[in-house]
Design a protein around this ligand. Sequence first.
Ligand code: GDD
Length: 347
Amino acid sequence: MLAKGYDVHGIIRRSSVDYRERIAHLEGRPNFHLHYADMSDSMSLVKLVGKVQPTEIYNLAAQSHVQVSFDAPEFTADVDAVGVLRILEAVRTNHLEKTCKIYQASTSELYGKVEEVPQSETTPFHPYSPYAVAKLYGYWIIKEYREAYNMFCCSGILFNHESERRGETFVTRKITLAAARIAQGKQEKLYLGNLSSLRDWGYAKDYVECMWLILQQDKPEDFVIATGVQHSVREFAYHAFKAAGIELKFEGEDIDEKGICVNGPANLVGKTLVEVSEDFYRPTDVVNLLGDPTKAKQTLGWNPQKTSFDQLVSIMVKHDMEKVAAEHVASVMRTNLAEYLEKGVVK
Ligand code: GDD
């Protein structure tokens, strides 16, 4: 958005620790502004929308971890469901409904216990987690305000979109970081949940371009954004480890399945590097997501294959190999400095 010349305003929540690593490179730019507000605080949203008078709102705010939504269902509903309503009402309260377009981050999790494969804009929803149920409300309230008040508000039904900035507890990033750490001797093993779960993984950078395209159309519509290609968690792990120089062979079934190193650094060959743990199983899990991006291709002119699965894996692994190596250098320097300080070599 900054590259396109927009003034960008983002909301942040107060925290006593710094959690802005992923936007640190943007801070200080003249067109980039951050404001304290919260999706659970209507007044903060109403005041901010009134002050900024936005022409486009991208609502990506969410408690977005599916497994966590089983532990914090009420918070998830407040932010992911009612939060969307609060934004719509903030726009209406400030009389901006004719000038402000709204993009809502809807999700392939809406298809949940899938009723058809692949999933398109016409596939029935069957949400299968507290997160997905909350997101279903968000999807419908956007549609309702579009029809009731003639507002330009749309959903992008995005399938999993990954990148080097992905949170470390989502499965792709958990795997690429672990592969990098194991390859560099910083971790022994990776524990995962359901290895057979199937996902349609795309590159987040390509997907955000689509979010913008959705708001540039003449009429507000919902779109499925996906690659149309499906892989299992097991396959993702295989390719990520391979990109880190380790070849895995998977043996066994369900909870007893293991990923064993069959090729790679001599000290790892023959070792079990991936195991399954019940801790990462969900009470209900969505296991067969595959999107049909035909409408986005035809209407938005979007290319779902811009970044292939192999390229995505290698971008993420390369980034994490460098991150782990840099952390190692930083930790050696810290240790040396502490030693020198202790010995009085430096003061
Ligand atoms: N997180 C995680 N950790 N997932 C695991 C693990 C593990 O150790 N092992 C297996 N999985 C399986 C999960 O059971 C799930 O079926 C799949 O890997 C993907 O899990 P996540 O990466 O956590 O993503 P998600 O598909 O549940 O949700 C993400 O994508 C949605 C879009 O479809 C999130 O970003 C959602 O916010 C988003 O809506």
